[in-house]
Design a protein around this ligand. Structure first.
Ligand SMILES: Nc1ncnc2c1ncn2[C@@H]1O[C@H](COP(=O)(O)OP(=O)(O)OP(=O)(O)O)[C@@H](O)[C@H]1O
Ligand SMILES: [Mg+2]
Length: 341
């Protein structure tokens, strides 16, 4: 990991007696785009609020750019925050919305105009400067919210599910836009999402959270290919996840010998549906369901190990529901999990 720019050190965050985040450690480098990924209620927004200074930690420290800011008030941190509902001022034009925070800071005249104009341009809205928010699409409004935060030149820009109000196509566009603006300006960005595809597509690093703690931190490739726990494996699409006990695959009803020695220290093994070999192997499964997905076809098999999902090339002959087939869970393809829980 490169130099620490933003550090969360043993951060515990609570609402009254309810602890929402416990002993969280996280170090982020300058210019990184980090995604916080996790299910509803895992503490993503709470973590963001503490970085922004909207929630004082119960314990722990926050350091930004060499200065401890744990108790520094929100307006003195130079941290930008963009929420899912971007709350533009409806009566102000795009230009005035973007200028608002700068004016509050006492910036005016030519300096203000330069910053606002380049901010609006950087999100591709130069032609819309005189429009009001109601005259813009959702994606355009979102870009105004982004420009409004960016012109403040924050040390860290926090985005809490900024794309979740957008339809699928706009979301893709905005994703690319965010990534471009971030790379061009070099701003350090933390991005909250519960969409794993979005996190994989955008982030330099992903922080997977669960129950107020961190399950795994890694590059998108690491998270996707080397999940450390059953939760992360399941979250990134390994749909066949098993505990390992005494070198055997353990299911709720049975335990099954592996074709070879299990990886050292593994507590579980996980296979994506496309890693399952259908048509040969030591196990038998009966087709319970099938779904066509364009290039591939997915089968849900009833097996002695419980339900198994297998994905095969859609051009192969289809298997009827109720038919029984051999299959294999190849050991070499399995992702070893260091935690099963
Ligand atoms: N104002 C509050 N008062 C009491 N508890 C709260 C408050 N805000 C959040 N919580 C609790 O803290 C925990 C973490 O909430 P948080 O909003 O950080 O989740 P999240 O990861 O952002 O979820 P989502 O994906 O649904 O936005 C949850 O259990 C939640 O119920
Ligand atoms: Mg949230």
């Amino acid at each position: 990991m490169s130099d620490a720019y933003l550090t969360l050190d043993k951060l515990t965050l609570a609402y009254g007696d309810t602890v929402a985040v416990k002993d969280l450690d996280l170090t982020i480098a300058k210019g990184e785009l980090v995604a916080l990924l996790g299910p509803s209620g895992c503490g993503k927004t709470t973590t963001m609020r503490s970085i922004a200074g909207l929630l004082a930690p119960a314990s722990g420290r926050i350091t930004l750019d060499g200065t401890e800011i744990t108790r520094v008030s929100a307006n003195k941190r130079n941290v930008g925050l963009v929420f899912q509902s971007y709350a533009l001022f409806p009566h102000l034009t795009v230009y005035e919305n973007v200028a608002f925070g700068l004016r509050l800071k006492g910036i005016g005249g030519k300096d203000l105009d330069t910053k606002v104009t380049s901010g609006i341009k950087s999100v591709g809205l130069a032609k819309f400067a005189d429009r009001k928010p109601v005259e813009l699409s959702g994606g355009q409004q979102q870009r105004v919210a982004l420009a409004r935060s960016m012109v403040m030149e924050p040390k860290v820009l926090l985005l809490d599910e900024p794309l979740s109000n957008l339809d699928a196509r706009l979301r893709l566009e905005m994703r690319a836009e965010l990534q471009r603006v971030q790379k061009e300006t070099g701003v350090t960005m933390i991005f909250v999402t519960h969409d794993q595809i979005e996190a994989l597509a955008l982030a330099d690093r992903i922080v997977v959270m669960l129950n107020g703690g961190i399950e795994q931190i890694g590059t998108p490739e690491e998270i996707y290919n080397k999940p450390v726990s059953a939760f992360v494996a399941d979250f990134v699409g390994f749909e066949n996840v098993f505990a390992l006990e005494n070198g055997k695959l353990a299911t709720s009803t049975t335990s099954v010998e592996l074709s070879g020695p299990a990886p050292q220290a593994a507590k579980g093994l996980a296979w994506r549906p496309r890693m399952v070999i259908l048509g040969s192997g030591p196990f038998q499964g009966t087709v319970r369901g099938t779904s066509f997905a364009g290039n591939t076809r997915e089968y849900l098999l009833d097996t002695p190990l419980g339900p198994i999902k297998a994905e095969v090339d859609a051009e192969l002959p289809t298997h009827a529901i109720g038919s029984t087939h051999a299959f294999d869970l190849p050991l070499a393809a399995a992702a070893p999990l260091s935690r099963y829980r």
